[in-house]
Design a protein around this ligand. Structure first.
Ligand code: NDP
Length: 331
């Protein structure tokens, strides 16, 4: 029953669009779950780059709103019509705006059960970036033995997971990152070739040199504005450019005719939502992801744990390129 629940609890609020300094932790009412929803006591909420696009208004959301898109915790109440989850279940989710709070209401179709062997903090750290790396390496481009991939920001949250999943499938990873320390992390995660894109003058030329002049089959680019041109120039003819984010800023408008001149290239701009659009697909990807975590085939690096009250620092570190792996907030 909901009788033991607090009436209000801390939440990370975006009161108006802006930089990290607009963030505020406030006590917000704890809602009862509506039909088809569950109320979860949040053990950890994940920090993601998409939060910054939402906070800034690049992806417009009416303010004020509670930030955060992912988390893990324990079900403390369920709404009408919810039969697949009961109070006490350990659950995680990667779609649920308003997750950075102590008690979050989540739509039941977005929830998955966390296996007993997986820690809730690890589950919160694994969901959004892990499912992203999963669909990017298995569906957007199905990496095969011998596939050659350029992975930007390979020591980041998605980057470390992508590197592990690509090499697990027999692919070769050429990794970029912004420091020697980060490149060492990428190497430990399986990357074969390492390029510091803050130091290499001509990134595409360096990639060509590593591929006998051919270029790579696929580029995974979550950096965006600063890397997009070099990414295109690194591809082999008929290669695939996967632009999946914009950590350095959005890529400007693009003349499609250039794809012809560059060698019949393909470009896609995928998003997680389209790859977990049904509960079946969400469950299939999550089951595989948790299986790899349990077997140790995929390692989750929690690069920083911050109390919810220090959320500003977490986002400043992420946006300041000071982090490796995944950041989580503890409410
Ligand atoms: P990361 O942990 O990868 O952090 C971002 C990294 O990008 C930094 O650590 C930094 O690494 C690199 N970077 C390069 N230039 C900049 C810059 N100007 N400012 C900040 N960082 C920069 O973050 P996430 O793993 O959370 O996300 C990575 C990307 O994936 C983001 O673009 C995000 O939007 C995208 N994403 C897309 C999804 C989708 O479905 N399309 C889903 C999830 C994430 P370095 O210092 O090595 O350069």
């Amino acid at each position: 029953s909901g009788s033991s629940l607090p009436e209000s609890a801390p939440a990370l609020v975006v009161p108006r669009p802006g930089g990290g300094d607009v963030l505020e932790v406030r006590d917000e009412p704890v809602s009862q779950p509506g039909p088809g929803q569950a109320l979860v006591r949040v053990a950890a909420a994940g920090v993601n780059f998409i939060d910054t696009y939402q906070r800034e208004g690049v992806y417009p959301i009416e303010t004020p709103f509670v930030l955060g898109n992912e988390g893990a915790g324990e079900v403390v109440a369920v709404g009408e019509d919810v039969s697949s989850f009961v109070v006490g279940d350990r659950v995680a989710w990667a779609q649920g705006l308003g997750s950075a709070r102590a008690y979050a209401v989540v739509d039941a179709p977005n929830l998955v059960q966390v296996p007993p062997a997986v820690d809730l903090e690890v589950a919160a750290a694994a969901m959004l970036q892990g499912l992203t790396a999963h669909y990017l390496s298995t569906s957007t481009y199905a990496v095969r033995p011998g596939s050659v991939a350029l992975v930007h920001a390979a020591a980041g949250g998605v980057g470390q997971l992508l590197t592990q999943m690509i090499t697990k499938r027999g692919g070769r990873v050429i990794a970029t990152a912004g420091s020697a320390e980060k490149l060492e992390v990428a190497r430990l995660r399986g990357a074969d070739d390492l390029l510091n894109y803050r130091e290499v003058d001509d990134l595409a030329a360096a990639v060509r040199e590593l591929t006998e002049g051919v270029g790579v089959d696929v580029v995974y680019d979550g950096v965006g504005k600063d890397t997009f041109e070099a990414s295109l120039a690194s591809l082999r003819p008929r290669g695939l450019m996967v632009l999946y984010g914009a950590a350095s800023g959005q890529v400007p408008d693009f003349d499609l005719q250039r794809l012809n001149r560059l060698g019949s290239l393909f470009v896609t701009r995928p998003s997680l939502g389209a790859y977990i659009a049904t509960p079946e697909e969400l469950r299939a990807r999550t089951t595989e992801l948790f299986g790899w975590i349990e077997s140790g085939e995929v390692q989750i690096t929690i690069g920083g744990r911050y109390p919810l009250t220090d959320a500003r620092t977490a986002y400043a570190d992420l946006e300041g390129r000071r982090t490796q792996g995944k950041l989580i907030l503890i409410p």
